[in-house]
Design a protein around this ligand. Structure first.
Ligand code: ZN
Length: 135
C-alpha cells in the first residue's frame, strides 16, 4: 500500500487532494468526464483495477460515472454526512483512496451511479498494455 510520502512525490496536487483529503474536482474539468475509449480505470494510488469502460456512461453530472464497479470487492462504501448531506462515499478497497460517491439514480440494471473523480483514476488502454490478450 503506498504511503503518503510516496504519493506526494508521484501524484499531482489535485490527485493527492482528492484521494487523500476526500476532495472533489470541479465538474467538467476531469480528464475522464468525456473519455470513451475501451479499457480499465485503475486506482491512481495503488493500481487496483476499479472500473471498466463497459459500465461507464454519460450521466451529465460533470464527473465520470459508472453504473457498476469492475467487481463488488474492489471498492468500499461508507456513509458520509459531511457538508450537511447524507451521501455514500466510495473508496478503493485496497488502499482506502477516496474515489467519489455513489447515488441511487443510475441506469438499470443496477440503478446506481458511481460518481467518480477523474483525479482518482488511471485509465489503462488494453491495446497499449497487452492486458486482456491471451498470453
Ligand atoms: Zn487504491
Amino acid at each position: 500500500m503506498p504511503t503518503r510520502e510516496e504519493l506526494e512525490k508521484r501524484l499531482t496536487s489535485e490527485q493527492l487532494h482528492v484521494t487523500q483529503d476526500k476532495g472533489t474536482e470541479r465538474p467538467f474539468t476531469g480528464k475522464y468526464v468525456n473519455h470513451k475509449a475501451k479499457g480499465v480505470y485503475a486506482c491512481v494510488c495503488c493500481g487496483t483495477e476499479l472500473f471498466t469502460s463497459d459500465t461507464k456512461y454519460d450521466s451529465g453530472s460533470g464527473w465520470p460515472s459508472f453504473w457498476l464497479p469492475l467487481a463488488g470487492d474492489r471498492v468500499r462504501t461508507h456513509r458520509d454526512t459531511s457538508l450537511g448531506m447524507i451521501r455514500v462515499e466510495v473508496t478503493c478497497a485496497h488502499c482506502d483512496a477516496h474515489l467519489g460517491h455513489v447515488f441511487e439514480d443510475g441506469p438499470q440494471p443496477s440503478g446506481l451511479r458511481y460518481c467518480i473523480n477523474s483525479a482518482s483514476l488511471d485509465f489503462r488502454d488494453p491495446a497499449a498494455t497487452g492486458a486482456g490478450k491471451p498470453t
